[in-house]
Design a protein around this ligand. Structure first.
Ligand code: 13P
Ligand code: SF4
Length: 602
């Protein structure tokens, strides 16, 4: 295709943006391809996701969304497009498919692999799990779907430490990158069992090279990817995921910078930060560079190179990626909650009593449970103390989710007395709250004693404390319903009353569900008959008597997942579960969970 006026008008703004990093002679070849791809992707309702290591003509020319591997996975789960073209490597395309199984996911070159991903197989993970029974597995997102299926939680370089710590375990199997494992080990107290994988790009950097660059460029800021060897990271001023690195440059605008990572990344970030001078490494990822504009066009035109993963593998592998994205939501939300609670106890003048103590000596304190319970919230309590003084040592004597007896010492704390006193109440309040939810949930779970029926919480939570209460539900053996209104579609009595026609409302919703699950709530069998057979996911029987509930379950259990709610108590739950219903949702376990009493003894 010639570079005619129409193409020039449409692509010149892109060239003006990237002319510093793409020579004009190359642009003449790129422009017609960019024009064609951008036109075709609109016609086909396709979205192009690109990793930060893609070349500038892809990153700035055709990508609808360009980011690190974590953000690409999240974007894949949200997209409304019918086709996802992954400009990245095979594990990224597989992850997109896991997050959006109903979409067509295409990879422009199926041989775009990754040395980390190919360093380990599902069989290797199964052997490791045998060797270390009960130790949870965290796998870097740079792994195959087969490995992800054997994994408890995935992580990326952006959240590896957070994910490892979220498990509350003493030991974690961390796969497959030995350098990233070393980076995590340095930043956590959790014992890390690692694997031998390396990235062919990042393992080439050496401390010597970094120090030479620093000598030759006084004042240069060096930022490194955590896949680099530890001495390289030590020599750097900052370490972070590809997006973390790019945000660092954007925020700090250093005069001169070297990004110790794949080379195209510097070109892409340079375009967005014209005032910053870049010293570019020349390490290219041979796999990322397999993705080119002609291959993207071919793949889009022919809808070729589709990622296919068997359904059962998708189910297992997806879970580990979903858990990772939930941890992202959990950690940022929880940190906000903790900070607010600490401020609530200290504003405006701080602890005006403890400051009169003459001696701020080092003390040992014990946290003891005053009741039998399912314990929860230990990591929150630890964070509260650490916010007060980083040097406080918080030793766990049990684990979240364990059944403990009255009088049990759950943690021992060593630190300066004033810092401990300042945090005591807030830390104990979190333990009381989470343990309370976990304990009452567990009572309901034990009462039905039925593995094929799940106990779930609802949105009836204390304002702003939902994340923490939902965590408590899981510790007690229960399950979480949708987190909020944006997660899933739940058509309830008020929606039906306002709309006026349950059948039409459900049909309309199915047509526009955009990948969301649909639950329909009915409060009588007549309503059920009006919608039975329509293609939605779950039927929720609200406040129905046992006789009608049983009939409803019988009529619908082959078509839908069944759920009961309304007026559930410890007295009637056994009878409700014996109707065959698969889920029982209960507001009481969050809004009315009695707090468990803990004390701090010095
Ligand atoms: P990020 O998760 O930081 O984008 O890294 C992915 C990758 O493959 C780096 O080599
Ligand atoms: Fe894999 Fe390294 Fe290439 Fe990233 S840069 S895709 S980790 S080989």
């Amino acid at each position: 295709m010639e570079l005619n006026t129409e193409i020039k008008v449409s692509t010149d703004p892109i060239f003006n943006k990237i002319s510093k990093v793409v020579p004009e002679i190359e642009w003449k070849i790129h422009a017609p391809l960019i024009y064609k791809i951008n036109k075709l992707k609109k016609e086909k309702n396709a979205v192009i996701l690109a990793h930060n290591y893609q070349t500038p003509e892809i990153y700035h020319g055709i990508a609808d969304f360009a980011a690190d591997s974590l953000a690409l996975a999240i974007e894949a789960s949200k997209t409304k497009a019918d086709i996802i073209i992954m400009c990245g490597v095979h594990f990224m395309a597989e992850t997109a498919k896991l997050m959006s199984p109903q979409k067509k996911v295409l990879l422009p070159d199926m041989s775009a692999g990754c040395s980390l991903s190919s360093s380990i197989t599902g069989k290797d993970v199964r052997l490791l799990k045998k060797k270390y029974p009960g130790v949870p597995v965290v796998s870097y997102i740079n792994t195959s779907a087969e490995v992800k299926a054997e994994t408890d939680v995935c992580c990326t370089s952006a959240n590896a430490v957070k994910v490892v710590e979220s498990l509350g375990a003493k030991k974690v199997i961390f796969l497959p990158d030995k350098y990233l494992a070393k980076y995590v080990t340095k930043n956590t107290d959790v014992e890390i069992i690692s694997w031998k994988g390396t990235c062919v790009v990042h393992e080439q950097f050496t401390e010597k090279e970094i120090n030479e660059i620093k000598e030759q460029n006084p004042g240069i800021i060096v930022i490194a990817h955590p896949e680099c060897p530890p001495d390289v990271i030590n020599a750097a001023d900052f370490a972070g995921s590809t997006s973390g690195m790019s945000e660092y440059v954007k925020k700090n605008q250093p005069k001169k910078v070297m990004m110790v990572t794949e080379c195209s990344m510097s070109d892409n970030v340079q375009v967005e930060n014209p005032k910053v001078q870049f010293i570019k490494p020349c390490n290219l990822c041979p796999y990322m560079k397999k993705i080119t504009l002609p291959k993207i066009l071919d793949c889009l035109e022919n809808e070729s190179n589709e990622i296919i993963i068997p359904g059962n593998l998708i189910k297992k592998a997806k879970l580990s990626v979903e858990k990772m994205t939930l941890i992202g939501r959990w950690s940022s939300n929880v940190i906000d909650i903790l900070k607010q609670a600490i401020l609530e106890d200290l504003r405006p003048s701080g602890d005006v009593t403890s400051k009169h103590i003459k001696n701020n000596k080092l003390i040992k304190a014990k946290i003891i449970s005053n009741e039998n319970c399912i314990i929860g919230g230990l990591s929150l309590a630890k964070k509260v103390f650490k916010f007060s003084d980083k040097k406080i040592i918080f030793k766990l004597k049990t684990k979240d989710g364990r059944k403990i007896n009255k009088g049990k010492v759950v943690a021992i704390i060593y630190g300066k007395s004033k810092a401990i006193l300042k945090s005591e109440r807030v830390a104990l309040n979190f333990l009381s709250l989470v343990s309370g939810v976990a304990t009452i949930t567990n009572k309901f779970v034990k009462k039905i004693n039925n593995k094929s029926c799940k106990i779930l919480c609802t949105r009836k939570t204390t304002p702003n404390l939902r994340t923490i209460q939902k965590y408590g539900v899981k510790l007690g053996g229960g399950h979480n319903h949708r987190f909020n209104l944006s997660d899933e579609i739940l058509i309830k009595d008020n929606h039906i009353a306002i709309d006026g026609n349950i059948n039409q409302l459900v049909k309309r919703t199915i047509k526009n569900k955009k990948g969301k699950k649909i639950t329909v709530e009915v409060d009588n069998l007549n309503q059920l008959k009006k919608i039975i057979g329509l293609k939605f996911d779950r039927i929720l029987f609200d406040n129905m008597n046992l006789k009608n509930l049983k009939k409803g379950v019988k009529l619908s259990s082959k078509l839908y997942e069944t759920e009961a709610s309304g007026g559930v108590t410890l007295k009637n739950i056994k009878k409700i579960s014996s109707t065959g219903v698969k889920r029982i949702s209960i507001g009481t376990i969050t809004h009315s969970a009695p707090a468990i009493n803990f004390k701090l003894e010095i």
